[in-house]
Design a protein around this ligand. Structure first.
Ligand code: NAD
Length: 259
């Protein structure tokens, strides 16, 4: 999809990967709606013609209100980029609220947005749904079960959408980065051990570099977006030599986290 004059909604756009994607799409000539929990006014004010919408996408009502506001401003949504996410929690003993919020923001938000958008997209015979999952959704997030599990679910939902509606005009992509230099990997209180792993393993990319890879993939209408190409090799190893891959992950966990 060429982005010129396209109506694009990006969630989690107040900073990090979402703001970089919004900026890059805006530079391509898209009409951009930037959304975040408390809006994305600071970024939007730098992008003429864009708007900022405050919405809690961790609820169905928040997703519906966001898409209603976007349609009111710019008409039908061409591309919805479900990028907002939370990285939190450690293991099955975490409080229920951590698991619930992880599922709401990292998984259900994608489903709620799709529920609101799909009827219009299928009627028009076109639409584009892109989600930000993570390399953790293809491999695993050492140190965080809630993040690992919900990002796998996000990848599964995107795959299912592509399989089910790909023949009816819907385009689907799924962004699966490893470490990116954003607030998420520096929030000790949130991703805890998972954040330690991300900071110590692999290349940390800048959000603007990720946005460049995303733009190319959306232009090419490619499903899997891997800003860290080595993730494809790890995925192949996981698929072909699962025991070896699990052993390597345990070793990495011992080296970085000491357990
Ligand atoms: N940074 C990384 O290393 C990395 C790696 C892989 C995937 N990701 C994913 O990239 C996406 C963007 O994260 P980021 O790294 O830019 O971190 P970030 O913390 O800068 O961005 C996440 C954004 O989501 C917003 N958000 C959270 N809950 C929300 C809610 N209920 N309603 C509306 N907005 C909400 C936050 O306010 C924040 O602006 C996330 O889905 C994250 O899981 C990040």
């Amino acid at each position: 999809m060429q982005l010129t004059d396209r109506h694009v909604v990006v969630t989690g756009a107040a900073g990090g990967i979402g703001s970089a994607i919004a900026r890059r799409f805006h530079a391509e000539g898209a009409r951009v709606v930037l959304s975040d929990l408390h809006g994305a006014h600071a970024v939007s004010s730098e992008l003429p013609g864009s708007i900022s919408v405050a919405a809690d996408i961790g609820t169905e009502a928040g997703n519906v209100a966001l898409i209603d506001a976007a349609e009111e401003a710019f008409g039908p949504v061409d591309l919805f980029f479900a990028n907002a996410g939370v990285g939190m929690g450690t293991d099955p003993m975490d409080a229920e609220g951590i698991w619930e919020l992880s599922f709401a923001v990292n998984v259900h938000a994608h489903r709620w947005a799709a529920r609101r958008l799909l009827p219009g997209w299928l009627e028009r015979g076109e639409g584009y749904f892109c989600s930000t999952a993570s390399a953790a959704g293809l491999l695993a997030q050492i140190g965080s079960a809630p993040y690992s599990v919900t990002k796998h679910a996000a990848v599964a939902f995107a795959e299912w959408m592509s399989i089910t509606y790909g023949g009816r005009g819907l385009k689907v992509s799924c962004l699966c980065p490893q470490g990116v230099n954003t607030a998420m990997i520096h929030q000790e209180d949130q991703l805890a051990d998972g954040g330690d792993i991300v900071r110590h393993v692999g290349t940390i990319l800048e959000p603007a570099d990720v946005a460049e890879v995303v733009l190319q993939a959306i232009t090419d209408e490619r499903f899997l977006i891997l800003p860290h190409p080595e993730v494809a090799d790890y995925l192949a190893l996981k698929g072909s030599q699962t025991e070896r891959w699990l052993g390597g992950m345990r070793k990495l966990q011992r080296q970085v986290l000491g357990y």
